[in-house]
Each structure stands twice: as structure tokens, then as C-alpha cells.
Design a protein around this ligand. Structure first.
Ligand code: ZN
Length: 222
């Protein structure tokens, strides 16, 4: 963690490592694959900064719980302060766009959901948010990004940000009504369908259109 810092367009930027605000069920096809109803408004949860990890380093997953799932998501790096903001203010505060994994201990999450308890332990554990470097993108291109994950060469996730139920700008506006977004915070925008379990030794390839293309692999968390 100590050697991890935000990078935008290949240049380190002086933004602190902040919290990660995530949205669940932002793609209809993913909500359907987990038999979840479509939400009438965004489902939000937070990962602390201790969940961040550099996705280019080997990803350590906990093996004390079965079934750590990958969820591949477009990530938005926040460069300003947003409280009850407008869409224009949200657009002005976007410092970069990246790709991240919302690692999820699915069995534990199911157990917690069944008991109507919060999901935090299943999604906010140390290292639960491996994140890429960021690139700048025109706002007009935010909702036309292909999000792909290959696991050992097999295409598992292949979605487009055009299918988000709540697009990025209205999502930031909505989040900012509950949680102030600060410089260095990250917003994960939800996963398309195709999530599945990770296995030790897996080779992963992640793509955000042609903007980001990276490889990593899965190891046991030390
Ligand atoms: Zn997710």
C-alpha cells in the first residue's frame, strides 16, 4: 500500500488515497444474474482507503472464506470537493477514469444479506479494491467505454458503460447528497454481468476500451 499513489495520464498526482464509494446493481444484466431486483435508486456502499491496492501488483485474496468473486468496474478519480453538487460540478471534478476490481466474498455477502446485516466485511476488507492508474477522458465518452475482463484467456465480462442504470454524472450527484466526495476519493460505477470466482494462480487481463489494458494475477493474501 505504501508505494501506491494515484497516477493520471502516466504522471503521479498529489491526491491523497481516499475512500471508495461504490454502487451496487448499476447494470440490469448483473442484477439479474444474482437474482437481485432492479433498484429504484442507486445502492451505495463504501470501501475504506485500506481496501485500495495497485492492480498491477499480484492481487492477494483471502482464502479463509470460500468464493472471492471478481467484479470489473469503471473507476472515477475525484479531483475536487462535491457536496450536493450539480452535474456540471461533478463533471468538473473528475480527475481521471480507470478500471478496478470490486472484490467480493460472495458466500459471506450472501450470509450477511440473509441476516439483513451490512455487507462491509464481504466487500471492504484490506485489498478488496485493486485499482489501475487513471487516464483523462472527454466527459462525452464516459458512457461509451467497453469494460472487459479475461480470466486465464477466457472472456468473462464484456459490458459497456452505456448500459449503466445511473450514468456517471447523475451517480456523482446522487452520492454527493449523502457523502461528500473529496479530492483523492474514487467512485466505482458498478459491474456488468459475468462475475465469478477467482482461483489462486489466475491470470487476469483487464481492458477499458483501448484506453487501459493491463494484466495481473491472483495469489494468496500473505
Ligand atoms: Zn461491484
Amino acid at each position: 500500500m505504501s508505494d501506491y499513489s494515484h497516477i493520471v495520464d502516466a504522471v503521479p498526482v498529489s491526491l491523497p488515497l481516499g475512500k471508495v464509494v461504490c454502487v451496487g446493481r448499476n447494470y440490469a444484466d448483473h442484477a439479474k444474474e444474482l437474482n437481485n431486483p432492479l433498484p429504484s435508486e442507486p445502492v451505495l456502499f463504501i470501501k475504506p482507503s485500506t481496501a485500495l491496492a495497485d492492480i498491477n501488483q499480484p492481487i492477494g485474496i483471502p482464502t479463509t472464506w470460500d468464493c472471492c468473486h471478481f467484479e470489473t468496474e469503471m473507476a472515477i478519480l475525484i479531483g475536487g470537493t462535491l457536496t450536493c453538487c450539480s452535474e456540471q460540478q461533478a463533471a468538473d471534478a473528475i480527475a481521471g477514469v480507470g478500471i478496478a476490481l470490486d472484490l467480493t466474498l460472495r458466500d459471506l455477502q450472501s450470509e450477511l444479506k440473509q441476516k439483513s446485516l451490512p455487507w462491509e466485511k464481504a466487500k471492504a476488507f484490506d485489498g478488496a479494491c485493486p485499482t489501475s492508474a487513471f487516464v483523462t477522458l472527454p466527459i462525452a465518452e464516459l458512457q461509451n467505454q467497453q469494460i472487459q475482463l479475461r480470466q486465464n484467456g477466457h472472456l468473462r465480462q464484456d459490458g459497456n458503460s452505456a448500459a449503466m442504470l445511473t450514468p456517471v454524472l447523475p451517480l456523482l450527484v446522487y452520492i454527493s447528497q449523502f457523502f461528500t466526495l473529496q479530492p483523492g476519493d474514487i467512485v466505482l460505477t458498478g459491474t456488468p454481468a459475468g462475475v465469478g470466482p477467482l482461483t489462486l494462480g489466475d491470470e487476469l487481463q483487464l481492458n477499458l476500451s483501448t484506453k487501459l489494458n493491463l494484466s495481473t494475477h491472483i495469489i494468496e493474501r500473505p
